[in-house]
Ligand binder design. Structure first.
Ligand SMILES: C[S@@+](CC[C@H](N)C(=O)[O-])C[C@H]1O[C@@H](n2cnc3c(N)ncnc32)[C@H](O)[C@@H]1O
Length: 208
């Protein structure tokens, strides 16, 4: 169990924050110690998300978008597996600077998921978003991620247990409307040091 009160305060504030400016400011302050702090917390979510994605993709030339890439933990793991076409986005320039230094992203953009996203339709073979989903996003975020994925492509994201019901409402609606042809959900570790689990949601965009 972590005994870092400052870190616990950051995580609790992020879970309850409703003001995006407050979230952005927290990540700006946190960027330098984020990787070490989360290692101390036993943050295993990037590894679990990347393993799920790798099992679905059939070649390392797949064009992947890491939405909310932060310091680039997901990109680094994808790169280790041989993926070379990885784009990342985040609304924190401090976090993006860290990701850039890893050298595994061919494109990094400053994007706010609370607003319309300036990316064309049907671009990516897959989008992965780990540790990002929040109650502020709901339908808009998932709809935008599905929009930028090509038909037959995948969207994998994690959500904390407290968001399960609202996420299910949204994704079941996409299934009903045939925007999504496959839905898989796995409950797995998130931060082992906190004994926290998360849902890992896999969506396949309907082929046209
Ligand atoms: C817990 S971190 C996860 C980072 C990375 N995916 C990982 O697993 O280490 C959440 C990230 O989401 C970003 N984020 C939060 N709200 C956002 C928003 N509205 N638009 C874009 N990025 C956002 C934060 O800046 C932060 O880098």
């Amino acid at each position: 169990m972590s005994t870092n009160p400052n870190l616990e305060n950051i995580v609790n504030t992020l879970v309850s924050a409703s003001d995006p400016a407050q979230v952005k400011s927290l990540y700006a302050q946190w960027a330098n110690t984020y990787d070490k702090d989360l290692a101390d917390f036993g943050y295993v979510a990037p590894g679990i998300g990347v393993k799920l994605l790798n099992a679905l993709l059939d070649n390392q030339q797949a064009l992947i978008h890491d939405a909310g890439c932060g310091t680039g933990q997901v990109g680094a793991l994808l790169s280790d597996l041989g993926y070379t076409k990885i784009h990342g986005s985040d609304f924190s320039s401090e976090m993006l600077d860290k990701a850039d230094k890893l050298g595994c992203y061919s494109q990094l953009d400053n994007v706010d998921f609370g607003k319309p996203i300036d990316i064309k339709n049907d671009v990516y073979d897959a989008v992965i978003s780990i540790g990002v989903y929040t109650k502020r996003f709901k339908q808009h975020f998932i709809a935008e991620m599905l929009r930028i994925i090509r038909p037959g492509g995948y969207f994998i994201f994690s959500c904390r247990e407290l968001y399960y019901d609202e996420v299910m409402d949204v994704v079941v609606d996409f299934l009903k409307h045939k925007a999504v042809s496959r839905l898989e959900i796995e409950l797995a570790d998130y931060m082992t040091g906190q004994e926290a689990s998360a849902y890992y949601v896999v969506l396949e965009k309907t082929s046209t």
